[in-house]
Design a protein around this ligand. Structure first.
Ligand code: K7E
Ligand code: CUA
Length: 675
């Protein structure tokens, strides 16, 4: 019998009375609204009065109506955004732009107990670099698993640019399950990009360097520094990357940047843009330019065109070398086997995106006002007929620019990333213009041809765009989100005018929701993102997700998706001692732990096992043992273990960190460490 809620209501109403008592007695004063740019008509008198009092224009009211999701109603889509240097993933409802959850990935996250239990700690430790546990990452590009080019809602992959790592998040329980560290290199960027059936997760390195562990000075840059493209095999049945079936392709020491895998007619290819084909080595003397200048000296860099199917055959045939115990197809082999080709791309390229039908590849150039659109048909014809304009210094054949190009469209300054809708339009971010350009895909809209349709300003310095399923074979249209880097005047005002002065010198980033369903794009919502720089995001229709609300059975280990051998059932709680090793078998249920008083001796190695034996949907317990730096989240049915040496004597309270019932404060116990 649960009497918790009634007592809770009593406590809450007492709290409300208290807070009401402390409210100021005079009502807050409103300044008279600034003049609206129009009058809202057709609303009820109440609504019109609110619009007028708040100074809302008809466009504001329309935007509010398009984004407002009433209490108790659900969003129609979910955006999974990178959390940038927070090392997390952020799930956001669309169109409400409500944050649903931050998912701990590369960074310990104490609410979720991420990185504190033995199970989750082991995942973080898998991502150690040369034995050092890292506690942050720089997430850039989430990719939702696909089946036949459509999101299937099963898994989410994301890269850590800072440390060349890839994480697998299971969307059944929205928890990270695996982190793999790339053995060849220390930074990545062209990751994670998957093929239309999630065979491989592609990861291109970012900053060329000698293979991990080797040393070279900059005068050996061209001989010793290298890039790489790694193909991580995904084992869907296991829900893990199969490292044994994964391989890499050696690349010249350019800085490979963004990638995208082909689909439809381009399935089997992966495309990566690059910068620093100058092979600049930075400022070594007073006279040398900075990388900033020297990496942008050439007018064009190389779009890398990689035949991953052929590479897979070559790998399976054993035609590779091992570097740091990882299979690598050398450049020479890649050239000989027809795996690797280049074509020029202008200028300081950033962003490469394959169109929904898979016929074209769109490249942005930070210092070129155009998007360049390549044709896979023309690329394949050039390869078949050997139509090359020589090779780069590493022998990679170069397809002439005009031969591979389908079209160029002048969009504005600083084009970066492109996503797509369901009507044959493409949307490209313009970083320097701070705008989004909408243009028509000529092959899909012959009535328009390849042309710029319109632009909408965003605030400010937009990086990636995310559209509803906008990089799949069937984009959903309707919603576009601009992921802006800065929010200069969006969430801070003028203190001298008595306005909210802002959030301190570190500004939140700004995500803007844009309605793309009509003839003109409309910015309809601003969402500050106070956690890091979200680079890329993907938006999936909510009904594709099939998440669990409780774990299937009690004692569930989320890392193995099976009942833990240490699972504890009600009535089986106990403490077992074996020499100086102590095993504590504990259950958690509203609103107590069993056992509550635990005695160990100083110096004991403590193995603590806890099962949440509650089955109700919201019956989450936490476990905090602060003195030993333990924080767990025990979701319904979940089991967790943690281990420590009881090296501090004394009495240590532990408690449930989730407000799970009215008597949640009483859900606690003591760890006694005897001298
Ligand atoms: Cu920020 Cu995709 Cu890493 Cu462009 S990248 S913005
Ligand atoms: Cu369980 Cu609070």
């Amino acid at each position: 019998m649960r009497r918790g809620p009634r007592l809770l209501c009593f406590l809450l109403s007492a709290a409300l009375v208290l807070s009401a008592c402390s409210k100021p007695t005079s009502p807050p004063s409103f300044e008279s609204p600034s003049p609206a740019s129009g009058t809202v008509t057709g609303l009820s008198a109440d609504a019109a009065a609110i619009a007028s009092e708040r100074g809302l224009s008809p466009a504001d009211v329309a935007a509010a109506l398009k984004t407002y999701v009433p209490s108790g109603k659900l969003d129609e889509a979910v955006m999974f955004a990178s959390g940038g240097h927070s090392g997390q993933v952020i799930a956001i409802g669309i169109p409400s732009m409500r944050i649903l959850k931050n998912i701990g990935v590369f960074t310990p996250e104490s609410w979720q107990g991420w990185g504190y239990s033995d199970e989750t700690r082991a995942v973080l430790e898998e991502g150690s670099v040369e034995g050092q546990l890292l506690t942050w990452g720089d997430t850039h590009h989430p990719n939702i698993s696909e089946t036949n080019g459509e999101y299937d809602g099963e898994y989410l992959f994301i890269n850590d640019k800072a440390n060349a790592r890839i994480a697998v998040v299971d969307l059944k329980d929205w928890e990270t399950k695996q982190i793999v560290k790339n053995p060849l290199t220390l930074s990545n960027h062209g990751a994670t990009f998957i093929d239309p059936n999630t065979n491989y997760i592609f990861e291109a390195s970012q900053y060329a360097m000698p293979w991990t562990g080797e040393y070279a000075w900059m005068d050996e840059y061209q001989e010793k520094f290298r890039g790489s493209l790694t193909a991580w095999k995904f084992d869907r049945a296991k829900g893990r990357i199969d490292v044994e079936q994964s391989f890499a392709i050696e690349l010249p020491p350019y800085w490979q940047d963004l990638c995208d895998a082909g689909k439809g007619p381009s399935d089997g290819w992966v495309f990566c843009n690059s910068i620093n084909t100058e092979m600049a080595t930075g400022k070594l003397t007073e006279d040398d330019p900075y990388f900033e200048t020297s990496t942008a000296a050439r007018d064009k860099d190389y779009l890398h065109i990689v035949n991953w199917r052929k590479a897979e055959e070559v790998f399976k045939a054993g035609n590779f070398v091992r570097i740091n115990d990882f299979p690598v197809i050398p450049i020479e082999t890649a050239v000989k086997e027809g795996i690797l080709f280049f074509t020029p791309e202008p200028k300081s390229p950033h962003g490469v995106d394959v169109t929904p039908k898979g016929e074209h590849i769109v490249v942005g150039g930070k210092l070129d006002p155009h998007v360049s659109i390549y044709s896979i048909k023309k690329i394949e014809e050039a390869i078949a007929s050997g139509n090359f304009e020589g090779t780069d210094p590493y022998g990679v054949p170069i397809i002439p620019f005009d031969v591979a190009l389908e079209a160029q469209i002048e969009l504005g300054i600083g084009p970066l990333h492109t996503v797509f809708d369901d009507r044959g339009y493409a949307y490209t971010s313009l970083f320097i213009d701070s705008a989004v350009a909408k243009w028509s895909i000529g092959s899909e809209r012959p009535e328009d041809g390849w042309k710029l349709i319109e632009k909408v300003p965003v605030q400010y310095n937009v990086g990636h765009l995310a559209a509803l399923e906008g990089d799949t074979v069937k984009p959903g249209g309707k919603y576009l989100v601009a992921l802006n880097k800065w929010s200069l005047d969006r969430f801070s005002g003028d203190a001298e005018k008595g306005e909210f002065p802002g959030t301190g010198p570190l500004l939140p980033q700004n995500l803007q929701l844009i309605d793309i369903s009509g003839d003109t794009m409309q910015v309809i919502y601003d969402m500050p993102m106070g956690i890091g720089e979200p680079h890329y995001a993907q938006i999936i229709k909510a009904d594709r997700l099939q998440s669990w609300s409780v774990y299937p059975e009690n004692g569930w280990d989320p890392m193995t998706h099976s009942v833990s051998p240490y699972a504890v059932a009600a009535g089986e709680e106990r403490i077992e001692r074996n020499g100086n090793e102590v095993h504590i078998y504990m259950t958690a249920i509203r609103s107590h732990f069993t056992p509550e008083n635990i005695v160990v001796k100083k110096g004991d190695k403590v193995h603590w096992h806890i099962t949440n034996i509650d089955r109700a949907k919201d019956a989450v317990h936490g476990f905090g043992l602060a003195a030993y730096n333990v924080a767990l989240s025990l979701e319904p049915g979940e089991h967790a273990d943690f281990t420590f040496v009881a090296d501090k004597e004394g009495v240590f309270p532990f408690y449930c960190t989730e407000f799970c019932s009215a008597l949640h404060l009483e859900m606690m116990g003591y760890l006694h460490v005897e001298p």
